[in-house]
Structure formats: C-alpha cells, structure tokens
Design a protein around this ligand. Sequence first.
Ligand SMILES: NC(=O)C1=CN([C@@H]2O[C@H](COP(=O)(O)OP(=O)(O)OC[C@H]3O[C@@H](n4cnc5c(N)ncnc54)[C@H](OP(=O)(O)O)[C@@H]3O)[C@@H](O)[C@H]2O)C=CC1
Ligand SMILES: Nc1c(N[C@@H]2O[C@H](COP(=O)(O)O)[C@@H](O)[C@H]2O)[nH]c(=O)[nH]c1=O
Length: 596
Amino acid sequence: MALSFRICSSPLICKATLSNADNNRNHHHANDAAFIRRAADLAEMSAGLTSPHPNFGCVIATSSGKVFGEGYLYAQGTKPAEALAVEAAGEFCRGSTAYLNMEPGDCHGDHTAVSALVQAGVERVVVGIRHPLQHLRGSAIRELRSHGIEVNVLGEDFESKVLEDARKSCLLVNAPLIHRACSRVPFSVLKYAMTLDGKIAASSGHAAWISSKLSRTRVFELRGRSDAVIVGGNTVRQDDPRLTARHGQGHTPTRIVMSQSLDLPEKANLWDASEVSTIVVTQRGARKSFQKFLASKCVEVVEFDMLNPREVMEYFHLRGYLSILWECGGTLAASAISSSVIHKVVAFVAPKIIGGRNAPSPVGELGMVEMTQALNLIDVCYEQVGPDMLVSGFLQPIPDLLPVIPSEDATFEIDPTVNPFESSIIFFYKTWDLYGSFSNFSPHSIRMPYVGENDDYMTWSSVEHYYQANKFVGVENPMALDCVEKIRTARSPEEAALIGRKTQRHKPELVRKDWEDVKIEVMYMALKCKFSTYPHLKSMLLSTAGSVLVEASPHDLFWGGGREGEGLNYLGRLLMQLRSEYMGESSVSAENTSLA
Ligand SMILES: NC(=O)C1=CN([C@@H]2O[C@H](COP(=O)(O)OP(=O)(O)OC[C@H]3O[C@@H](n4cnc5c(N)ncnc54)[C@H](OP(=O)(O)O)[C@@H]3O)[C@@H](O)[C@H]2O)C=CC1
Ligand SMILES: Nc1c(N[C@@H]2O[C@H](COP(=O)(O)O)[C@@H](O)[C@H]2O)[nH]c(=O)[nH]c1=O
C-alpha cells in the first residue's frame, strides 16, 4: 500500500489503487475464511472418533475459490487429512493453496501430513490455529516454510473480522484438546432438558421425556463426541439411565457416577458393563460391601479423600480424558459450576409447562443473591430442534492458545501470585523459580565418570559442570584436559558454563569430534543421576505428571523453548522422558506389589 502512494501522482488515482487493493485483500480474506471454516467443518465430522487425537480437516483450492480436494482425519492412526485431500486433488495440487483448521501434529518422526503437501507442490498453506500442544506447536509450520511454502496463520499473519470468525470455528472444533493443553481439567459440557417453566423433572421426580425425540438424538451425538458422561447418585436412583450413544455411529463414552453415600440400587442399567464401562467415584471408605458388589459387576470404583467435581475432573484429566458431558441433576450441576469445571452449557428447552413448587431445576444452589451476580454465557447460539429450542453458550471462553514462553524480562514481571499448578505447562529457568531445581544450574552435585568410561567416578558440583566438561573429554590435547579440570573445579555453574562456552567458541579444536552426536546422551545421563540421587527431586518431577515441561530460556534454542516457543526444548523433553521412565517403574513395582 505504501508503494502505491509513492508511485501515484494524483491523489484520486491513489484512492482508486488503494480501494482496489483493499477490495482484493478483502476478497482474499473472504476466500481464506470460507475455506478455513470448511476445513473446520470437515474436521468436525470425526469429532469424538479421533480422541485423544485432534480433529483435522484440509481443503485444497485455488485462491480464486476453486476447490480441488478435501479430506479429514477419520480416526487415530488413519491417513492424515492433508494426505487425503492431496490424493483427491491429484495434479491440481501444484501451485494451489491448502487450508488447514489446525497445524498438523507431526510427531514421533511421522511427517506424513507435511510431506504430502510438500511433495504435491502446494504453494501456500493457510493455518487456522497452531497446534495447541507446546512440543508440537510451530514445528510443522517451520518445516513447511523450510521447503519454501508460504504459510499464513490466522491472527498472526493477517487479521480481519471475517478471519477472526473462521479462527473461532477452528478453536471450537478442538476445544477439548486446547483445554487439555491449557488447564488441568477436561473440557466439560453441562447438558440438560427443561420445560419452558424451568423444570428438569416433575415434583415426583419423574423426568422422561421432556425433550423431543429429535433433541434426544442430538444428545446421543453429544455423547458420541465425549470421552465420558457423568451423573450424580440421585439421577441413578431416579432415572436408572443407560447413558449410551444410540445414534448408530461414533464411539461410546465411559459412564461415570458420582456418589458420596454409595446408597445406590443393586439393579441398575449402568452396572451392565458388558458393552460400555462404568466408573463409580466415591468418598473414601463409603459402603465397602457395595464397592465389592460393583467390582463383581466389573464396575470400577475410585475412592477420593475429598469427593468434589474439581478433584474428580483433575483425576480424569490425568487419566487422559479430554471431554466430559455432565448429564446430572441440579444438585451436582451447581456443585460443578461452583467448582469452575463447567465450560459450556447446552440446554434443550421444551415448549411444555409442568409447574410444581418442588419440581427440580437444572442448577441448584449457587449462593447468589442478586441478579447482577448471574453468570452470563458467551458466544450464545440458538437453534430450533424439532419443537424444542436448543440454547448453548460458554461459561468460560475457550482459552486462547498457549501463552508464549515469557522472555527473560517478562519472567521478572510475571505476577508472583500466579499458581503454576493452574497451567499444564510448567516453565522452569532460574534456580529460584518454583521448579528451579529442574535447571542444570541447580546446586545438586552428582557423582559420575566421564561418559563412556566406567571408573574414576568423581563429584561434579552441578549437572552444568558435568555437561560443559564433557565437551572436551577424550581429546588428546593437554589444553583440553586442563579445560575439563577448570570446569570441574569452577566455583559456580555459571562459571562452568562460561568456560565451556568460551572455549568451544574460541578453540573449537579442543571440542571432541562426536560432541553433537553424544551431547543429548551426556545430558540425559547427568539428569538421570541427579534425579536418582535426590529422592525429593524425583518426587517433584513425578508431581508434574501430565504437564509439559519447558525450559523457558529465551536464548538457548536447543535446550530451551526460546522466546516464542521456537526453541527445541530438549532439556524439557529429556526431563519428561525421565519422568515417564520413573512412572513406568513405579507402575511395574505397584503391579508386583499387588501380585505379591
Ligand atoms: N431433564 C434432565 O436433563 C435431567 C433430569 N434429571 C432429574 O433430576 C433429578 C435428580 O436431580 P439431583 O438430585 O440434583 O441429581 P444429581 O444427578 O445432581 O445427583 C446428586 C447426587 O450426586 C452425588 N454427589 C456426589 N458428589 C457430589 C457433590 N460434590 N455435590 C453434589 N452432589 C454430589 C450425591 O449422590 P449420593 O446421594 O449418592 O451420595 C448427590 O445426592 C431426577 O428427578 C432426575 O430425573 C437428572 C438429570 C438430567
Ligand atoms: N429427561 C431427559 C434427559 N435426561 C437425561 O438423560 C438420562 C437418560 O438417558 P438414557 O437412559 O440413556 O436415555 C437421564 O438420566 C438424564 O441424565 N435428557 C434429555 O435429553 N431429554 C430429556 O427429556
């Protein structure tokens, strides 16, 4: 635009040039937005089937609006959306644009999605949102760009109202995964059916059927998209529900019953676990005899010291559940809303009136006394379903994608009251941070021989001392040996790092030839030694289960996460690897104990 101003002599012509450019840009934005929304719709087609994988859709088109191919990920382990769309478009891919609702999550060395686009000759890729998981975020985009493909990410490379709406549809499709990445509880939807006078059952407790058959089919679909459906003990007593997805497709969610008393009937549809599993969560010590009875029916019972919705949701988050549908009555619904675990509400309103002073309503006591305290839903949608009205909206916004790794300056400015446990990414960097002991500079000495040698164990004041010294080990040069000793006796990890880095930069001939090949292994051995030597560090590492660990170094793009998540975060990765090894060991030893 600036260019057109400079080359124009007449202001009138300038105006015309500008508005043409604007028109052009708006036209492109409209096309981009429409195709991204289409990609999101395609992704939506397999919602529930791909879990815990995200939902991916891909459209291959020209920027002028001609579609050549489409695809979506059908289920975990099947062909990626991008590969399917490329197959459908065939030779028309060359020079085309690929629209993806989300950045591909090429991981574990699988680059099928990116390779398909690169090999097909796609010229431009428009991405709705980056991958929500920090360790995958940005890597496919970088990879595509490294092959000379133009990649535009909505909200980053260009913004407009129409593109923002398209981006929102991408956030919606993968809301459960985004929640998983940003919080410690699964994405929870509270669903209920009520009469026009706000009752979910008659005064007698009779509740079948308030909503129409068409609405109930929608409920089956909702169940099919959820990892679990949850009800309270009283709904089991009153309704004897089945909670299955009976629309003929999709997967069947686990059924969860929350009951403090375990005063539940012996005969109940939910105890038939032959096709769908049921988990009962209860207060520790509740009715042991009934727990035994449930176990005999293959119903799993999980006891909690404090049975409340937040504890229960955190537990299922750790078990890998991404999305939960709450189909309980008002008592548990109120408790769940108060605990801030409900993100979305889906209400079917039937044009019926039942009356009754004691007839239950969808949400029980929230302790609010003034209408100004009412919770306002956001992004509300209204839809007629047969005779009913479906009203849905969010109690909590879908979190925007993960916060970028704070820069060093920003780290100091971060609110000290922020509880890192609220986030599923744990950043560590400075040794005085909450998780500062994960840093290589933490003052935990280790006893290790040089890598590749089994004798001559010696004490290294920190992992950093050991790591830096290993750069020069085995090099037949007295200066290298001298450097190792200088690093080993350095008075602080900072000093050790300074000597190691300086020597590496100024005297590269002193660095062992295989350093690039062995440095990860060196670091891993040192970390393993450190966490095995100090049991409290091991416990701290295990306490982070379920969280992504990121070394928030803004400078080190290999060991750290970088300023904006562009770093490879190898230190965080190694710690997560170590953590999963320890977790494997503890589950094996738990199994052995229970077998014994
Ligand atoms: N129209 C609709 O959409 C629906 C209607 N209904 C109707 O609602 C009525 C039941 O409502 P309601 O009694 O509210 O049933 P709930 O499903 O809310 O069950 C409440 C029970 O949940 C258990 N519970 C466990 N932990 C907690 C906790 N922290 N906070 C609260 N409850 C907890 C307790 O079970 P325990 O007592 O076993 O310890 C409690 O009695 C029935 O008539 C049913 O037909 C129910 C669901 C949907
Ligand atoms: N009454 C009512 C609902 N009630 C919910 O559905 C459960 C019964 O599920 P199932 O046994 O699988 O058919 C019941 O326990 C309660 O959670 N849902 C609705 O969509 N509309 C209705 O009118």
